[in-house]
Design a protein around this ligand. Structure first.
Ligand code: FAD
Length: 486
């Protein structure tokens, strides 16, 4: 990271813009002493969908408010950039609407600022009328079984970060020189992983997947991927779009065991929700008796009723050689079906294990309440419990589940809570970023503005153009900062 002196030298464009906006705000604030309403000032921490949708709601519904958005990375958009699969460009179109929001003159992007390290939440609360925490879920769940640390076992989060260019995962380089991979977990992220690893490389080449991941996948020896769950076909967590993509994947055969589907047709006669019915029908069609699915030299399959109890090493103990599974049956437990051990077990050889059992939020700052069991900030419709003026939205508010649309709705709910409270609060001028800037400067933090981001964006797009892909992502934070400063 550049030191303070360097960042002073490099700052002119964004800082002069910022100072201009602060001067004009100063005039407005003086007005409050002459009876004119002062401008409100809020900040949001985290620039993923939750952060941007919260900002959108605030700016749209209160024409007096200014919002500053703090982001730990020099680049915005959270999991839209670093999570959503590269072959799903349509999903990434939300970036257009976020970019439009960022062009508001009442908005400031403060990238490359890690809240909880570079600046504390208490500092932000002193500087703003309202502080919204939207920092997502940046850790992953562990299996907590022996062998989990063996080379060849990776979290979904790390692999997704690697192929999507997340700086901290740029050097991961998973060994794909194996024939069988197992993904543990049966959600959409699990299918994303299986699909990206099995998609013909010429199709991936046209996406914004990183060059290093593309090279590794081109050299991959993976012939089959099993996606394994604790329960049965009626409990899978993925959705039909992702299943359809797997079933139709070019050159890849779907392998399902018909015995896993015994009795399922009977269930379909019952009153089950339509999305679950359609998903199950597609699964049934994809069994050997069904009609869907491709032929191919590689294969993927779903395995049910299995819980991993140990990751087994190779004979030399150097890396993963297989998984020891406990076999399960289902028992009704309230409204859900619970997996209970049958007493039987099975060993499955494999050379790569991808753990896709969920993301997890972490506490940000000792000052902010955190429910460690649920992995969320305790809140009431976005109002952090026991902390006036502090709010949360997105995955850190309701847990790491749900798509971008779900995140949008809960961010609007939080935005509404902020606006309700803020309009009732007595006015005392809040300095916003103006009072945070010296703290960041003294720590040598090079703050990245939205204008700086557009410079990084341009470089990535130009590099992408040469490779006939939408962008070639920059993987290194220092390189991002160099391009940010022009
Ligand atoms: P995030 O998107 O994670 O954003 C959090 C932001 O906070 C990040 O930018 C992070 O850098 C920043 N941050 C973290 N800590 C700090 C800090 N201390 N200081 C400052 N900033 C900080 N949904 C779909 O609709 N379609 C899909 O195809 C899809 N694919 C997905 C694929 C994967 C692998 C995953 C994990 C999720 C996917 N989702 C998809 C779900 C979607 O990404 C989430 O609903 C959404 O991103 C949650 O938004 P968020 O803002 O809460 O979290």
């Amino acid at each position: 990271m550049l030191g303070f002196q360097a960042s002073q030298r490099l700052r002119p464009l964004w800082l002069s813009t910022h100072l201009r906006s602060h001067n004009s705000r100063h005039v407005t604030r003086n007005c409050c002493f002459t009876g004119v309403r002062r401008k409100l000032h809020a900040c949001v921490v985290g620039s993923g969908p939750a952060g941007f949708y919260t900002v959108q709601h605030l700016l749209k519904n209160n024409k007096e408010i200014r919002v500053d958005l703090y982001e730990r990375l020099p680049v915005p958009f959270g999991l839209v950039r670093f999570g959503v699969a590269p072959d799903h460009p349509d999903v990434k179109n939300v970036i257009n609407s976020f970019t439009q929001t960022a062009h508001s003159e009442r908005f400031t992007f403060c990238g490359n600022v890690m809240v909880g390290r570079d600046v504390m939440v208490s500092d932000l609360q002193e500087a703003y009328d309202a502080v919204v925490l939207s920092y997502g879920a940046e850790d992953d769940q562990l299996l907590r079984i022996p062998g989990e640390q063996l080379p060849g076992v990776y979290s979904a989060r790390a692999i997704v970060g690697w192929y999507n260019g997340l700086p901290e995962n740029k050097d991961l380089m998973p060994d794909l020189n194996v024939e069988t991979a197992v993904v543990l977990g049966q959600g959409n992220v699990a299918l994303d992983l299986a699909r990206i690893l099995l998609t013909p490389v010429d199709l991936l080449r046209k996406t914004d997947i990183t060059g290093a991941a593309l090279d590794a996948i081109a050299e991959s020896k993976i012939k089959r991927i099993f996606v394994v769950g604790r329960r049965g076909p009626l409990q899978v967590a993925f959705t039909i779009k992702e299943l359809r993509e797997m079933v139709n994947l070019q050159g890849v055969r779907t392998v399902l065991n018909p015995s896993d589907f015994e009795g399922i047709e009977r269930v379909l006669l019952e009153n089950i929700p339509r999305p679950r019915r359609r998903l199950t029908e597609l699964l049934l069609k994809s069994t050997p008796q069904g009609s869907a699915g491709c032929v191919g030299h590689r294969e993927w399959g779903l395995l049910f009723h299995r819980s991993p109890v140990q990751i087994l090493p190779t004979a030399d103990g150097e890396r993963v050689g297989g998984i020891h599974f406990q076999l399960n049956k289902l028992e009704a437990s309230g409204d859900t079906m619970k997996a209970v051990p049958t007493g039987n077990s099975e060993d499955m050889p494999c050379g790569l294990v991808l753990r896709s059992i969920g993301y997890r939020s972490l506490p940000l700052d000792p000052d902010v309440p955190f429910d460690k069991r649920r992995g969320v900030i305790p809140n009431n419709r976005g109002r952090v419990e026991g902390r006036a003026g502090l709010y949360c939205s997105g995955w850190v508010k309701r847990g790491p589940q749900g798509v971008i649309a779900t995140t949008m709705n809960d961010s609007f709910e939080t935005g509404e809570a902020v606006l309700e409270d803020i309009s009732n609060r007595s006015a005392s001028p809040q300095a916003g970023f103006e009072s945070i800037r010296p703290k960041l400067a003294s720590r040598g933090v090079q703050v990245v503005s939205f204008g700086d981001w557009t410079r990084i964006d341009r470089v990535e797009q130009e590099r992408g153009l040469k490779l006939d892909k939408p962008r070639e992502k920059i993987l290194d934070v220092q390189e991002m900062l160099t391009h940010a400063s022009g």
